[in-house]
Design a protein around this ligand. Structure first.
Ligand code: PRP
Length: 213
């Protein structure tokens, strides 16, 4: 029986790159390349259905079984700890979670550090591991502005090229964790659709061989 595999991909540049990897792995769905605003695409012959979703929502779809598999950043997996299987490091979408501060900021370890971030759990866990007291300020984006306006001392955020930091007179002080995109699977789906999911993982793994971790 050819059970349809439901795949949630992150909308955007990373998603396009990831879809190309899926296609090379034999999981193609040519309709997806049409220029339109559709969000669901099907290849009935191969038993595949792709959805484009907001990158930070992929893990929600997979955890709840609306998608069998998906691609999510390690940042989201660490922050929200969804109850899913992490199947493979796709070695794309690479960046790092960092502590950054204004170039002239001098830390005084006797003071509570004010940390602005979208990634509250990652930041809390990181500073707890250092035994450092912090005051976390949760923001939803444009976090770089917080130290400029005196809202926080430092930020914990994703750094890719470093350009956003540079242009806002901030610099990396510590790397918390390297980040990349991961193939994730719903736990029940992995029982029922194991063969197909394993074939997908194997195909994608072949495609990432030789890529630096
Ligand atoms: C991320 C991150 C930084 C930026 C880093 O933001 O929060 O702002 O990318 O990239 P860079 O080092 O190459 O400059 P994103 O664009 O994902 O959106 P956000 O503002 O919602 O966080």
């Amino acid at each position: 029986m050819n059970k349809t595999l439901n795949i949630a991909l992150p909308k955007g540049r990373l998603g396009d790159k990831v879809y190309a990897m899926f296609a090379r792995a034999g999981f193609e769905c040519p309709d997806i390349l049409e220029e339109n605003r559709k969000l669901v695409f099907e290849n009935a012959a191969l038993g595949l259905r792709y959805f484009w979703v907001k990158p930070s929502d992929v893990a929600v779809y997979v955890e709840r079984g609306a998608a069998d598999v998906g691609v999510a950043g390690k940042d989201i997996l660490l922050e929200y700890a969804p109850d899913v299987y992490e199947m493979l490091d796709l070695k794309v979408g690479k960046c790092r979670m960092c502590v950054a501060a204004p170039t002239d900021f001098r830390d005084d370890r006797r003071r509570t550090l004010r940390v602005a971030t979208k990634f509250t759990n990652i930041a809390a866990g990181y500073y707890a591991s250092l035994g450092r007291d912090i005051d976390i300020i949760h923001l939803n984006g444009s976090v770089e502005i917080a130290p400029i306006l005196g809202l926080s001392d430092v930020i914990v955020d994703i750094v890719e090229t470093g350009r956003t930091l540079r242009e806002n007179h901030l610099e990396v002080r510590e790397t918390v964790v390297p980040i990349s995109a991961r193939l994730i699977a719903n736990k029940a789906s992995y029982e029922f659709k194991r063969e197909k999911i394993d074939a997908l993982r194997a195909g994608l793994a072949r495609g990432t061989e030789g890529t630096e971790a």
